[in-house]
Design a protein around this ligand. Structure first.
Ligand code: IMP
Length: 437
């Protein structure tokens, strides 16, 4: 049975949630391996909508086990809010949801620090989700973080005190106010520990056992390749490893047990927050994509910046993640765009550049080299067969797969699970255990 990694090939919001939901029944467990409640997707379950940020949407599939892996940073308050929503809706979570004892606890004052830092940066801000993700990973890397296991340690008070000492100076400097109660009390943290206790486990060991028993595992990447701490448009990135390599480190499953990578690519590009975006549109075409694609953040509600599909970034994502098969999402949003453009390369300081540059200043100066391809007027929403797509839409798909260098095996033509074209492609069949065959 396959262990498959699903990752975003752009700046997040590629529609990974729908693809994970679609292929979920092929897997015994779904694992989040990085990030925290900065991620988000809305899932329709019967007649209800859930906004899930931490818990994998696999929880809505009866019998699927869900893991919040060691690579995550987890806000207890956000976790309880999601849990309550699920329990209220009658979703059975007991015995199906585990939180790694090695995952880091994200405390409320990290968000305060995140917000205040952003304010103080002014025009240089990153445009974070203000959830405290950066400070949580920073504390982890500096070895001052608080892990789930620490919540049950006799040294909990001491660890909280060390954090308080470390963060006080910066918070006060940023105006949080001396004596202001910005840190939760020991009693509050102990209360969280009691509620978390039934979920906290050595999830690396659990995943190993399930795998030996024959379960296959789906690794659900959050954010996207270009927001990866190492490979993204640094410093305008998130603070975790959102590329496929993060799946092993962030779950405790050895890399030798990962079978392959399915990349999710939106038919155009979006980005939330600040940072370079060479194919960004500032005209009515961008507004058209934003309105038709409902490009507003699930977590923060911010309007997303929109632009043409960037093939330089797509090729780079394919390479960095080892993408073998692609799910192309939101193709129907391009319906009615008379002339579609593809960003085939960049021009930087008068030179043609085909590779995504490391230097953010160069990326900021990159001008997109655009090629125009014919659009289509027909309505593709909800189509289920590749052959039923208008010729220009088929040509678009074929051009993108040949440029990026991996087959497009799934094409999403609407938000619902069923609104998907499944193409007969051997690697997709293998990575989904024949589910969609
Ligand atoms: P942070 O992850 O809150 O620190 O934000 C860092 C950058 O990542 C900002 O540009 C955010 O807008 C972006 N970001 C974080 N999570 C997501 C996501 O789930 N989708 C899209 N962008 C995200």
């Amino acid at each position: 049975m396959p262990n498959t990694v699903v990752i975003g090939m752009q700046w997040g919001d590629e529609g990974k949630g729908k693809i994970v939901d679609l292929i979920c029944p092929a897997f015994g467990a779904v694992v989040r391996y990085q990030g925290g409640h900065n991620a988000g997707h809305t899932v329709k379950f019967e007649d209800r909508h859930f906004a899930l940020h931490l818990i994998p949407s696999g929880i809505l599939h009866e019998g699927t086990r869900c893991v919040l892996g060691n690579g995550m940073v987890i806000s207890p308050e956000a976790f309880f809010t999601e849990l309550e929503g699920l329990v209220e809706a009658g979703v059975e979570v007991e015995g199906r949801l585990s939180v790694s004892d090695r995952a880091h606890v994200l405390l409320p004052h990290y968000a305060e620090l995140d917000r205040r830092r952003e304010e103080s940066l002014g025009d240089d801000r990153i445009g974070t989700t203000s959830r405290g993700i950066g400070p949580a990973y920073e504390l982890k890397a500096s070895r001052d973080g608080l892990r789930m296991a620490d919540l049950f340690s006799s040294d909990l008070a001491g660890r909280l005190e060390r954090q308080r000492d470390r963060m006080r100076a910066e918070l006060e400097h940023l105006g949080a106010g001396e004596g202001e109660e910005w840190m939760p009390s020991l009693a509050v943290v102990r209360g969280w520990a009691d509620r978390l206790a039934p979920f906290v486990a050595d999830t690396g060991a659990l995943l190993g056992r399930w795998r030996r028993e024959g379960a296959s595992i789906l690794f659900e990447g959050a954010q996207g390749t270009l927001l990866d701490l190492d490979h993204g448009s640094y410093p305008f990135v998130t603070s975790s490893s959102s590329t496929a390599g993060g799946a092993a480190v962030g779950s405790g499953v050895p890399p030798t047990h990962l079978d392959g990578v399915l990349g999710v690519l939106k038919a155009y590009t979006t980005r939330v927050g600040e940072g370079p975006f060479p194919s960004e549109l500032h005209d009515e075409s961008g507004a058209y994509l934003r309105e038709r694609g409902n490009e507003f953040g699930t977590t923060t509600g911010r309007p997303r910046r929109c632009g043409w599909l960037d093939l330089v970034a797509g090729r780079y994502a394919c390479e960095v993640n080892g993408v073998e098969t692609i799910a192309l999402t939101k193709l129907d949003v391009l319906d009615g765009v008379e002339e579609i453009r593809l960003c085939v390369a960049y021009e930087i300081d008068g030179e043609r550049v085909d590779r995504f540059p490391a230097d953010v200043a160069r990326l900021e100066r990159a001008q997109p080299i655009l090629e125009t391809v014919p659009g289509w007027n027909e309505d593709t929403a909800g189509l289920l067969e590749f052959e039923d797509l208008p010729g220009a839409a088929r040509a678009y798909v074929e051009r993108v797969e040949s440029e990026i260098g991996a087959p497009i095996s799934l094409i999403s033509t609407g938000p619902r699970r069923e609104e998907t074209i499944v193409r007969n492609e051997p690697r997709l069949v293998e990575l989904t255990g024949g589910l969609l065959d």
